[in-house]
Design a protein around this ligand. Structure first.
Ligand SMILES: [Zn+2]
Length: 330
């Protein structure tokens, strides 16, 4: 990937406050992330438009007025974008996780509910099914995540499918997705969504693994009890990922996660895990906002029910342009 001529993200919280000290700069940053190759009308796909002084676009095709926030998780927000940006920064920079209570305390958000909904809106875009499929050597298994912690009530235990890249250096990226059951159809759908065809897929030799994976992948089925070494881990990479995810999910910041919200927290953990080698926290901020403008709006009611939606948007690539002092990313 070519090195951008301009910085694509702030490198510190001080930078963030400096870059985004006015609302229109936040809006311009989201505009830049959403339309890296220039405006494209979400209603009619026309690529020509004029930007009004309020930074909204007027489409040359259908005449619609379009904001960079339209049809994203920011759609119709009454909270200032600089608060949204601070929240995104705090969220990706808190390794243990960020609770709504903490966010409420550290920003100018009016209520705890607003803080809670904002965090869930960000979580709703952190996993993008079908994008960035795993490849190479991939272990696949199903496992329960969540559980119960003494003194904190009973938490939901929910079944997930887990795929992990394994290379010479250890663990690569992972994809973890809720599945209704460990049936053949569910596993086949998960594999199609998560692993590039041609990859080497390592599973245990359980009969639910679909026959189709033998055509699409190089399938290695390991016996559940390895002869002569009963204590050997059959799928050690999956076990490590499940252990780490459960450890994080049980952390104090996540609180008592109910079964219906568990997938949202799992998505957050995967987002963090897959970027654990990032040089800068700003990279995570940039990735999250990029996902946010590619995501679909989430209503408060749907957050209460499920904690998220599963949009499958496309993520724009950052563009390189001549710069200006007020907009470091341009
Ligand atoms: Zn249009």
């Amino acid at each position: 990937m070519p090195t951008p001529a301009r910085p694509a993200y702030p490198n510190s919280y001080a930078d963030l406050r400096l870059w985004f000290d006015e609302e229109w700069k936040c809006l311009d940053y989201l505009d830049w992330l959403r339309w890296p190759n220039g405006f494209s009308c979400p209603a009619c796909a026309n690529a020509h438009g004029w930007q009004a002084p309020d930074h909204r676009w007027r489409c040359a095709g259908c005449g619609k007025r379009v904001s960079a926030l339209a049809g994203t998780i920011f759609h119709g927000t009454r909270t200032s974008l600089s608060v949204w940006f601070s929240a995104a920064w705090l969220l990706v920079n808190s390794k243990a996780g960020l609770s709504a209570t903490q966010l409420h305390r550290e920003t100018e958000l009016g209520s705890l509910q607003t803080a809670w909904a904002m965090l869930h809106r960000y979580r709703s875009v952190m996993a993008q099914p079908g994008r960035d499929r795993l490849s190479g050597n991939v272990e696949v298994d199903v496992s329960y995540l969540g559980g119960s912690v003494p003194g904190r009530g009973s938490l939901g235990r929910v079944l997930f499918a887990v795929a992990v890249e394994v290379d010479a250096d250890g663990l690569g990226r992972t994809i973890v997705a809720l599945i209704p059951s460990a049936g053949t159809a569910q596993l086949a759908a998960f594999l199609l969504d998560s692993v590039e065809p041609g990859s080497r897929v390592v599973t245990h030799d359980w009969s639910a693994y679909p026959a189709g994976i033998r055509d699409r992948y190089v399938h290695v089925a390991r016996p559940i009890v390895a002869p002569g070494s009963p204590t050997r881990q059959v799928l050690p990479a999956v076990r490590r990922v499940v252990f780490q995810a459960n450890h994080w999910l049980m952390g104090p910041r996540q609180g008592a996660v109910s079964a219906e919200h568990l997938p949202a927290y799992v998505d957050e953990w995967v987002f963090r895990f897959n970027r654990r080698h990032s040089d800068s926290r700003g990279q995570l901020f940039h990735a999250l906002l990029g996902y946010a403008v590619a995501g679909a709006p989430v209503t408060y009611q749907s957050l209460l029910k499920t904690g998220r939606t599963r949009p499958a948007p496309s993520l724009p690539v950052p563009r390189v342009e001549s710069g200006s002092l007020a907009l470091p990313w341009r």
